[in-house]
Design a protein. Structure first.
Length: 230
């Protein structure tokens, strides 16, 4: 079914400047759309709200509103990260695994690793406090505030570079002899890569290996198109 918008109001959103809200009058129920909530367009569904029943409220995330951005499925990226982590740990069990994240977001990446490899997740007190507010037991039950409790650490995404990861690893010497880092962001995506994640090449510097993986909770261009055709 194609949606026909006959009146739309533009609301500027200040938290993420590139993201905007549109309040549109339609003849269908209320639908809330954003990749962070629904994951995929195919599971978008009408929801109740205080708006009139002929209205539609949706989140149009325009960060990647360009045809060149057509991300792989989040599930495929997570599976790739798990595969790389598992292979690396079998080769060197003394590897520290670091996943970069903002204050919020990227949780499915490090939770996916934790579930697949039965690991706890170390996060500093500030991050743990924020994550606890999500009311996500599957995630919060795996959090620990002792950095020695797990080899899986969540760090600020700005720390996912060779120099900072090397320094971080050395603070745990001799527990770890290598670092495997993942920097999940849509900006690492290229049209040449497409969905062929096996072509991803890490940045290596001594004992530090960092993968930039095309994982984003912002909608890709194809998902924005899908908003109008679900």
């Amino acid at each position: 079914m194609w949606l026909k918008v006959w009146r739309s109001s533009f609301w500027k959103q200040t938290i993420v400047p590139e993201r905007h809200l549109f309040f549109s009058k339609l003849r269908v129920g209320n639908v809330s759309y954003t990749r962070a909530i629904s994951g995929l367009v195919k599971i978008c569904k009408p929801t109740r709200s205080f708006f009139a029943p002929e209205s539609l409220l949706y989140n149009l995330d325009t960060t990647y509103c360009n045809p060149k951005y057509n991300f792989p499925l989040q599930e495929d990226v997570i599976d790739f990260v798990i595969k790389v982590t598992s292979t690396t740990l079998k080769r060197n069990p003394k590897t520290l695994v670091a996943v970069g994240a903002y204050s919020i977001g990227k949780e499915r990446v490090y939770l996916g690793i934790a579930k697949a490899l039965n690991l706890m997740i170390f996060a500093d007190k500030r991050r743990a406090r924020i994550l606890s507010s999500l009311e996500w037991p599957e995630l919060t039950d795996r959090l620990c505030d002792d950095s020695s409790c797990s080899l899986l650490h969540v760090l600020p995404i700005s720390h996912l570079n060779s120099a900072k990861l090397k320094s971080y690893m050395q603070s745990f010497c001799p527990r770890y002899t290598a670092v495997l880092g993942f920097r999940p962001t849509g900006w690492t995506y290229t049209e040449k890569l497409g969905s062929n994640l096996e072509q991803l090449k890490p940045q290596c510097s001594g004992a530090v290996t960092v993968y930039g993986v095309p994982y984003s909770e912002h909608s890709s261009f194809s998902e924005l198109q899908g908003l109008y055709s679900f």
